[in-house]
Each structure stands twice: as C-alpha cells, then as structure tokens.
Design a protein around this ligand. Structure first.
Ligand SMILES: Cc1cc2nc3c(=O)[nH]c(=O)nc-3n(C[C@H](O)[C@H](O)[C@H](O)COP(=O)(O)O)c2cc1C
Length: 334
C-alpha cells in the first residue's frame, strides 16, 4: 500500500485530501462523517471580520470609528446565523469538532484589515484549533488605494495574527496580484506557514427584469484547477511555506497533479457538495490504485516532481509557453 501521509504546516496528515471551508464543515457530525470517509483535515467555515468587529466593539474602543458607521455595518450584514454561529458559537464549534474527531481542525478567519479583531485568533487557539486559515477575501474598490498599500496591509495582518498565536497560520490568497510570486514571498516573510492557492471570487448576477444585482454561487469546474497548478509549480521551492491548492480539485488525478506541481495538500468542496462526502473515499481509493500501478511508494516523493524547479523544460511554465500555446491551436486548425 502506498504511503499517502503528508506534512502540512507542521501537522501530520494521513493523506493530502482536505475539506476546505464550506457549510460541509459547519457541524461536528458532518466533520465526523468526513473523517470516516478518509478526509485528512477540515477547514471550518470562515468567521467574518465584520462579525468580530461588531461583537468586540464594546470591548475594543479602537474599532469605534463612529456610531453611524457601526449602525451602517450592522444593517448591511446579511443574516449569517445559518452559515456560522457568530463568534461565541464559533469557539464552541471548534471545541465540539475537536472533541468529535482525531483529524486536525483548521479554523478560518475572514478579514483584511489589521485591527483589534485579530486578537480573536488567540481565542480560537485556546478553543483547541490545530491551525488557522486566514481567508483574505476582499474586493478592493477604492481607486485611491494603491496595490502597494493593500499588499502591505495584508502582510501586516498576517504578521499580527502570527504574533498572537503559536499554532500554524495559513493564508488563503487571491490570484489577483500584479506579482503573485512577490506577494507569496512577502507573505512567507510575514510568517505564513502555508499559502492556499487560490480564493475563488464570486461575481454577482445581474437580474435585468428586477433590475437587481443578486448574489449567485456557482460550484467550481475542473478547469479552474489549471491556474492553481501553474502557480503551485512556480512557487514550490521558492517559499518556506507549504502550499495547498483549493479550486477545481474534482478527482484523484487532480489531487495527484496538485502534489506533483508542488502542493502538500489538495482541498475539496464543490466535488463533495455535488457527489456527497462519500466521494472522498473513492478519490483516496483511486489515488491508491494509481500510485500502485505507477509504482510510487509515497505521496511525499511526488511533491514538486513537476514543479518549475524539476521539470526538464521550465519554459513550459513561463512566458515562452504563451506563444507555444497559441501556435499549437493554429496548427490544429489546419
Ligand atoms: C457554499 C460555499 C461556502 C464557502 N464558504 C467559504 C468560507 O466561509 N471561507 C472560505 O475561505 N472559503 C469558502 N468557500 C470556498 C471553498 O472553501 C473553496 O475554496 C472553493 O469552493 C474552491 O474549491 P472547490 O473547487 O473544491 O469548490 C465556500 C465555498 C462554497 C461552495
């Protein structure tokens, strides 16, 4: 039997398949079921900076930029009670999940501004989480804010979370930076123990009958894996942080590709939502079979084997490939 175990930011995982943050990880029962199906670790749904700011406003005067702003923030917030249970409930979820399963439980904080709420990371650690994933999901719409300012504030934030806890901190980042490689390096320097590639951005739908812009969530498609593989392959070996891939992982072959590109773990949500949690068992069995057929003794030996550093022709991962891709299509037309 091949050895599927992998290290992930200091945690010993029995295999590289992790359930990413979603409603599938919002209850200890569901997490237990995932453990039964072989999933090696889970990331809990994110707790949002806005929820924490509101909760801690009374405690943290720094956060008060005015009662008006506070009132505005609370009216804008959707009712999240069906998604996560708010700050106190969240700590309870961490505790109960830890009690229910032996696999690592990673909490998720969604925030982008370094401020008082960051202290909440400490409570998450005390509640027993094995690690924290910092979900840097934001949409920067202020034309006066420069890319440099935004990037600096992200690095600050990571530094602040890191300095408030001892458990590992992963950063789930966006693919939308002018230089992903530079951003990855800076987050690495700020202390990120893992980089999770990449956040999926959800675009609102335009309802032209109702003249309303409405939220709409589409599950991922397998082709979304490609940019993630590409960047895992480029970053592998250039940052100390471990790499994780999230977005478009739909099969055992996808997980194997993530490993070969340079990730230590592959995360899954859409495929589990579509096929049921039982699907994880099949993915792991297929991985096992593929590795036996191809005489791989362990997953560890394949990590990074197709990364920029390892492939015989690294230009395949560079700009030169652009021209090659375009010309390959033209040839097919003949
Ligand atoms: C219904 C739903 C809720 C999600 N909630 C969160 C969340 O709270 N925090 C987060 O970081 N990602 C969240 N995600 C994103 C997933 O963790 C994952 O990164 C994304 O779905 C891409 O992976 P996939 O292709 O395997 O679905 C959510 C995804 C879905 C479908």
């Amino acid at each position: 039997m091949p050895d599927l175990s992998v290290p992930y930011m200091g945690l010993a995982l029995k295999n590289p398949l992790v359930a990413s943050s979603s409603p599938l990880t919002e209850s200890p029962d569901s997490i237990r079921r995932m453990e039964d199906m072989g999933i090696a670790a889970v990331v809990l749904p994110s707790l949002f900076e806005e929820q924490l700011q509101i909760e801690s406003a009374a405690l943290d005067e720094d956060l008060w930029r005015g009662a008006e702003e506070f009132a505005e923030a609370t009216t804008y917030l959707p009712d999240l009670s069906r998604y996560n249970t708010g700050p106190d409930g969240y700590l309870e979820l961490v505790r109960r999940s830890k009690h229910a399963v032996a696999i690592p439980v990673i909490a998720s904080l969604n925030g982008v501004t370094p401020s008082g709420w960051v202290r909440y990371a400490k409570h998450i650690e005390q509640a027993g989480a094995d690690a924290i994933e910092l979900n840097l999901y934001t949409l920067e719409t202020d034309p006066l804010r420069t890319g440099e300012e935004i990037e600096e504030s992200y690095c600050d934030l990571v530094g602040q979370v890191k300095s408030s806890v001892r458990i590992p901190v992963a950063v789930k980042l966006s693919p939308n930076f002018s230089s992903i490689a530079n951003m990855a390096k800076r987050l690495d320097r700020a202390g990120a123990d893992a980089l999770v590639l990449f956040n999926r951005f959800y675009q609102p739908e335009f309802d032209i009958e109702a003249l309303e812009v409405v939220p709409r969530l589409h599950l991922s498609q397998p082709h979304e894996l490609l940019p993630r593989l590409h960047w895992a392959a480029i970053l592998h070996g250039h940052v100390k942080a471990n790499l994780a891939v999230t977005g478009g992982v739909h099969s055992a072959v996808d997980v194997l590709k993530c490993m070969m590109a340079g990730a230590n773990v592959a995360m899954m949500t859409s495929a589990l939502l579509e096929n049921g949690v039982r699907f994880a068992h099949r993915v792991l069995a297929d991985m096992d079979q593929w590795m036996e057929e191809h005489e791989y003794a362990s997953v560890k030996q394949m990590i990074g084997s197709m990364s920029h550093r390892s492939v015989p022709d690294p230009r395949a991962l560079e700009r030169g490939n652009y021209m090659k891709v375009l010309s390959s299509y033209a040839l097919r037309l003949r």
